[in-house]
Design a protein around this ligand. Structure first.
Ligand SMILES: Nc1ncnc2c1ncn2[C@@H]1O[C@H](COP(=O)(O)OP(=O)(O)OP(=O)(O)O)[C@@H](O)[C@H]1O
Length: 262
């Protein structure tokens, strides 16, 4: 297995008081599906934002395809961003634009500013957008405005927009937090398909422990900015879930099927 991402001794401070990440270490292999779980404020979003350099880690190294991305200049950062697809809780779509226009925005990282502003996309890019929307079950929605879609459909547009970048990795920050259980299942199934059939690595921040256990190759548990679990879903115990969630654990409905009690 080839390592795609290697996070070494990463810390992130906001101002003087908040140490959001403290000496975080983990690596992710190509094609792996990893869920990051932990209570509110544990540092999950901060971690994803450091990986795509939306924010800068205060300390440590982040290697992506064996290069330290914290040393990247602007041009290298632009190249990195085309390889990293982002999926957001609130979709981050332009609601007044059509579905296909939103998907094509995923190509902007490959274009000059002028071509981007003028919305100049090739026929091949448009064909690819329509193909991806078809794969995500949105063939009927291609020319609709995004504000006419359900939450689950919007998130599928978000996935299509990320995939048209031709990414190596998808970073998904609470992708199902605004969705009902049915729509959530559809989104998680698509993310799993992306990982298994396209070989794209997926890292997903999740609040729902049961979903993380069902879908992931690996679980990373974060508490107070530190990794407190890194292993297979099948090996996680109720005690470990309690140590990840602390006092919030009692509110979680976790069914480990009696396998890992203790
Ligand atoms: N821009 C910021 N400025 C200052 N502090 C911040 C900022 N963003 C996050 N924090 C703090 O850093 C810590 C980690 O926050 P983060 O959003 O990464 O946690 P999280 O695990 O993603 O939480 P949630 O599940 O609620 O989204 C929290 O204490 C938060 O208040």
């Amino acid at each position: 297995m080839k390592t795609l991402l290697d996070v070494k001794n990463v810390s992130k401070r906001y101002g003087q008081e908040t140490l959001a990440l403290s000496n975080v270490n983990f690596s992710v292999n190509e094609g792996e599906f990893v869920s990051i779980i932990g209570p509110s404020g544990a540092g999950k979003s901060t971690l994803l934002r450091c990986i795509n350099r939306m924010i800068d880690a205060t300390d440590g190294e982040i290697h992506f395809e064996n290069e330290d991305i914290l040393k990247y200049n602007k041009r290298e950062m632009r190249r990195l961003r085309t390889k990293v697809g982002m999926i957001f809780q609130h979709y981050n779509l332009v609601n007044r634009l059509s579905v296909i226009e939103n998907v094509l925005h995923g190509r902007l990282g490959y274009k000059s500013t002028i071509a981007g502003i003028l919305g100049l996309y090739s026929e091949e890019e448009k064909r690819q957008a329509i193909k991806l929307l078809g794969l995500l079950g949105l063939e009927e929605q291609v020319y609709k405005r995004c504000d006419q879609l359900s939450g689950g459909q919007k998130q599928r547009v978000g996935i299509a927009r990320a995939l048209i970048q031709d990414p190596k990795i998808l970073l998904c920050d609470e992708p199902i937090a605004s969705l009902d259980p049915n729509a959530s299942k559809i989104i998680m199934d698509y993310l799993q398909t992306v990982s298994k059939t396209m070989g794209i690595t997926v890292i997903v921040n999740l609040h729902q422990v049961d979903v993380a256990l069902n879908y992931s190759d690996r679980i990373i548990g974060v508490s107070k900015g530190q990794i407190v679990y890194d292993g297979y879903p099948k090996d996680i115990t109720t005690n470990q879930i309690h140590s990840i969630y602390g006092s919030e654990a009692g509110d979680l409905m976790i069914d480990l099927g009696g396998r890992n009690a203790g």
